[in-house]
Ligand binder design. Structure first.
Ligand SMILES: C[S@@+](CC[C@H](N)C(=O)[O-])C[C@H]1O[C@@H](n2cnc3c(N)ncnc32)[C@H](O)[C@@H]1O
Length: 272
């Protein structure tokens, strides 16, 4: 598949996922944005760019601190940005702007910002090294690039149960992903060091929680990139698959607590 085709699939996936992306089942994204913004120690006049901004979790949280500054969110999915714009309009925040663009082809006037953030986005880029250089080009000397990735084991054992069962239906397992290369603190650090970054501060935070029902796990699948693996099944197979998978996931429910959704997040904070 060529790059343009891949990016069309990604933007369509997130256009569809935008309908449920802000649902309570997926609140780990918002939990992580809270933590990331606390790491930034924002000053009122700072300028921020948030790449792969999605429905604007970071701009919404950062905008409150930037009373004399600004935050620009960039995303390839217009569906995600429509949500972001609607949320900002209802929040009273006046200093957040959203632009629909592919990260790799994004252009800006020559001015640089203080901080670039990219939460759970870098691993969607076909050329992560190029994406890093693009993001770096928008940061003033001495500014910061702050990235996040999920730490393995991520959403386990549910994800393994999902992929093992899918294999029984399709005969295939998902190919390795770019995320595999940055899913531990060591790998994420080495990846950035190899690309010429220094002064890298790594940290982690548990953003997971218990889900009340196994059915909520299905929403996590359908409103994230995991949906692409499931929709390849025909309608009839998908119904059967869902029933079988939710039964096995339901067996993981802890009495009185629910279904643990493990989402440990890695934060890489680099001075440029
Ligand atoms: C998992 S979401 C993360 C959204 C947000 N940062 C958050 O933490 O909730 C990944 C986002 O990356 C965006 N994305 C993927 N590839 C992109 C690209 N090449 N350029 C810009 N955005 C991209 C998707 O549209 C999606 O909104």
């Amino acid at each position: 598949m060529d790059e343009n085709e891949y990016k069309k699939i990604i933007s369509k996936t997130f256009d569809i996922a935008s309908a449920g992306y802000d649902s309570p089942e997926l609140r780990f994204f918002e939990n992580s944005a809270d933590h990331l913004v606390s790491l930034l120690h924002l000053q009122a006049r700072e300028m921020i760019m948030d790449f792969c901004t999605g429905t604007g979790h970071i701009p919404l949280k950062a905008g409150r601190f930037l009373t004399e500054g600004k935050v620009i969110g960039v995303d390839i999915s217009e569906g995600m940005l429509q949500r972001a714009r609607a949320k900002v309009a209802g929040s009273g925040i006046k200093n957040a702007e959203f632009i629909c663009s592919d990260l790799e082809s994004f252009h800006k006037d020559g001015s640089r910002v203080d901080i670039v953030t990219c939460a759970f986005g870098i691993f969607f880029l076909p050329d992560m090294a190029k994406a890093l250089q693009t993001m770096k080009s928008f940061i003033r000397p001495g500014g910061r690039l702050v990235l996040t990735s999920f730490k393995a084991p991520f959403m386990e054992p549910q994800r393994s149960l999902l992929f093992n069962r899918l294999k029984r239906y399709t005969g295939t397992t998902p190919p390795p992903t770019a995320w595999d290369g940055i899913n531990t603190e060591e790998k994420f650090f080495s990846f950035l060091k190899d690309k010429g970054f220094s002064g890298i501060r790594m940290s982690g935070n548990q953003c997971g929680y218990f889900l009340d029902k196994a059915e909520q796990w299905w929403n996590v699948i359908m409103y994230t990139n995991m949906r692409n693996y499931v929709i390849q099944l025909g309608e009839k197979d998908r119904m059967k698959f869902k029933e079988e998978h939710l039964k096995e996931v339901g067996e993981l429910m802890e009495p009185g607590r629910g279904l643990w959704l493990n989402v440990e997040v890695l934060y890489a904070d680099c001075t440029v």
